[in-house]
Design a protein around this ligand. Sequence first.
Ligand SMILES: Cc1cc2nc3c(=O)[nH]c(=O)nc-3n(C[C@H](O)[C@H](O)[C@H](O)COP(=O)(O)OP(=O)(O)OC[C@H]3O[C@@H](n4cnc5c(N)ncnc54)[C@H](O)[C@@H]3O)c2cc1C
Length: 368
Amino acid sequence: MSTTAPTHSRRSAILTVTDVVAETPLATSLTFEVPTEAIDRFGYAPGQFLTLRIPSERTGSVARSYSLSSSPFDDPRPTVTIKRTDGGYASNWLCDNICVGDQIESLPPAGVFTPRDLDVPLLLIAGGSGVTPIMSILTAALSQGHAPITMVYANRSADDVIFADRLDALTAANPDRLTVVHWPADQRGLPTAAALAPVLRPHRDREVFLCGPAPFMEVTRTALSDIGVERAAIHTEVYLSLTGDPFTDPAPTASDTTGTGTDTPGIDTADAPGTDTADAAKVAVELDGTVHQLDWPRDQTLVEVMLAAGIDVPYSCQAGECGSCTATISAGTVEMTACEALDPDDVADGYILGCQARPTADRIEIAF
Ligand SMILES: Cc1cc2nc3c(=O)[nH]c(=O)nc-3n(C[C@H](O)[C@H](O)[C@H](O)COP(=O)(O)OP(=O)(O)OC[C@H]3O[C@@H](n4cnc5c(N)ncnc54)[C@H](O)[C@@H]3O)c2cc1C
């Protein structure tokens, strides 16, 4: 059975399912083979996610993001792990229908929920299906680094623990580096900020990666704040269902453009071709060590302007929901239509979403 239309978007690829594993009664892992022509685009960092196109008789298809639970350094193929959402469409469709040999369309890996350095002490905190990117980061950090890792993992009960055997095996293999603290709510009660604080306090100087249901994230953030963890050290992944169709690509892309860039290492200048730049703002945007000087028409998003200039800007959902295009603004101002992937504190700290940001100042400086 193919789960795709015969053609696919320019960014996406058709993946073949090579393995289906029931992790718990509610969670299933799918492993994929990436076609040869897409292997470069489908390299990923631990903690990133894929966005799958799931067929629907009602709407044609829906797009849903699923974090990679595999490690790019340790697992031969990318794997996502999907937990059934009560009454949810796509998660239940995937768990009920996908078999080995099926094909499914996916956007390339995306997301910024990934450690910059795998060799630093980590505090990993997961609730329920939020374990998926945490598992990827944990596996990668154990194989690539040497620093201690503590993982706190909350579930309704022991039966709901995804990857229980793998976590036991990793703990046994790394007794001096890895500690996993399970928090079964049926035995320890629902995690509260007051109850979590003493468990987290010994690790408050570490980089923190947190993913789980919204109420769990909220109490954990409070606990982290109460024990004095710096906001900059806390990295979060928010699970949302995408509302748009990121498989269609309305933004102009590099191959559509005649944008000019200089060969000066570290500095690149380009216009967004085909647009009226008379009233455009000026933006200096840093990406991968190069500062691009661009004209930024007021009606375009940063992602659109960068794509038009031929710059390989990170983005995925184009709806402010996934956070792949998160950047920081250090001068000037922007407005954003939707901003679900950031909380108000993030915005106050200068984080922006490139797929939503339009200029409201004449000179702007942004860094990815
Ligand atoms: C960055 C990121 C990473 C994520 N990682 C994971 C992960 O690792 N594991 C995981 O389990 N989840 C993950 N999620 C969450 C995941 O993307 C989905 O939100 C989750 O699976 C729930 O989707 P659902 O369609 O089952 O449920 P819902 O979104 O609740 O589904 C209900 C919706 O589907 C619509 N609907 C119902 N029937 C149909 C139909 N026939 N056709 C079309 N629409 C219909 C309804 O109108 C309703 O809006 C992640 C999300 C993000 C953003």
